[in-house]
Design a protein around this ligand. Structure first.
Ligand SMILES: Cc1ncc(COP(=O)(O)O)c(C=O)c1O
Length: 407
């Protein structure tokens, strides 16, 4: 019998997407042009935001957002320790300092209680000993881990109370929504949920352009600054020239970056966007099947569901109950790999990476929840188009390993 190999993720592009890319190549317009404009407009409408700026990654979107908000050296930003490199590194790009925050044990989203504690200790000069003195907190950058949104009301109360701007790292957050109660309407991620919300279209994300990202905002001036800085800080007339309208002349207004998305990439984005909800439902169906099939496995904890969330289901992270197992998470992953099951971990928390530990003096005990929970995390394969035999193989392997290594 052939051994089944289940990848952690498999991109599935349809014929329309392939044809749109080919049509773009044939049109001769390869860089930012009409398809990017269309993608921006359609994405803005999909999340319910007035302005959208397409860029070549979510990292670029996050960088543009904090730059446009005026982040400066000597300022600090609250960043979850449970995130990818990008969220904190853009703070460093500006010469500012990320103040890492512990996570909620169930969702692994940022814990606002710990954010308040970290701020209080920052103000009294008792935070990590390698932090510079006199830092002023300017903002907060929440991440909706795996596409399960944080409570936006609690986040906004916190940020308003502390006088902080919010830049949402919504790399996993499309399409996603939250509501306070079932009686209230859904608020989509990006629909006024932050000063700027930044999405990723990296290959394995909920929709993809290969590499790509989008910053959305309600604020016209912020959008204008992000757009300016996304293309060398060139003036408006330069943008028109770029899209075929303007003159040969341009003015450099600021030393910007080269972050613009291409029409080739946007060609994928337009069609991925149109089937984003269909793909989300498919992932939701797979997630529910996993939860059902694994519900009686006492050695693992499953991701939670909440009636007040539309979950994008970018990830399906299980947590091992290590006290009931005789093997570690790393050995569990090795054994999944041997059985042909691809998986990942989201994430080794930032405070356990050499750069953040050594530069700012963070210690594991500053983040007790993240330090303990990350040793238990495994993300299982979750993507539209996973075959029944692949799904069954993942379930069978996880169950088998738990039974074999139960204490
Ligand atoms: C939470 C989070 N933020 C930001 C990013 C960066 O996205 P991109 O690769 O589009 O820059 C990722 C990518 O995996 C992510 O998981």
């Amino acid at each position: 019998m052939m051994k089944i190999q289940v990848p952690f993720f498999r991109a599935e592009l349809n014929e329309q997407e392939v044809e749109e890319v080919v049509a773009t190549l044939r049109s001769g317009w390869l860089t930012s042009g009409p398809k990017v404009r269309r993608f921006e407009q359609e994405f803005a409408a999909a999340v319910g935001a007035p302005h959208a700026v397409a860029v070549n990654s979510c990292t670029a979107a996050l960088h543009l957002a904090v730059e446009a908000l005026g982040l400066k050296p000597g300022q600090a930003v609250l960043v979850p320790t449970m995130t990818f490199a990008a969220t904190a590194e853009v703070v460093r790009y500006m010469g500012a300092i990320p103040i890492l925050v512990d996570c909620d044990p169930l969702t692994t989203n940022m814990d606002l209680g710990d954010a308040a504690r970290k701020l209080a200790r920052l103000k009294s000069g008792q935070l990590a000993n390698a932090l510079p003195q006199g830092l002023q907190a300017a903002g907060i950058m929440p991440v909706h881990v795996g596409g399960m949104m944080m409570n936006i009301e609690a986040l906004q109360n916190f940020s308003t109370g502390q006088g902080l701007w919010v830049v949402e790292d919504a790399a996993h957050g499309f399409p996603a929504a939250w509501r306070r109660t079932p009686e209230e309407r859904w608020q989509r991620c990006g629909e006024g949920t932050a000063a700027a919300s930044c999405f990723s279209f990296y290959a394995n994300k909920t929709i993809t352009t290969g590499e790509g990202g989008m910053a959305v905002t309600d604020d016209a001036a912020l959008a204008e600054r992000m757009r300016l800085m996304s293309l060398h800080g060139l003036s408006h007339d330069a943008w028109e020239r770029y899209s075929g309208g303007g003159s040969w002349d341009y003015k450099i207004i600021a030393p910007g970056y080269k972050y613009n998305l291409t029409d080739i990439a946007a060609s994928l984005g337009i069609h991925q966007l149109a089937r984003a909800e269909e793909m989300r439902r498919e992932r939701e169906g797979i997630a529910r099947r996993y939860s059902e099939a694994l519900s009686d496995v006492g050695e693992i904890e499953l991701p939670i569901e909440d009636v007040n969330r539309v979950h994008s289901w970018h990830l399906f992270p299980i947590k091992l109950r290590l006290e009931r197992l005789s093997i570690s998470r790393n050995v569990f992953i090795e054994k999944l790999k041997e059985a042909g099951v691809g998986c990942s971990v989201h994430w080794r928390p930032l405070h356990l990476h050499p750069y953040y530990r050594e530069t700012f003096g963070w210690r594991p005990e500053d983040f007790p929840v993240a330090t303990a929970v990350w040793e238990r995390l495994i993300s299982l394969p979750l993507f539209p188009g996973i075959c029944d035999n692949e799904f069954e193989h993942v379930v069978h392997t996880v169950k088998g390993l738990c039974a074999q290594h139960a204490r």
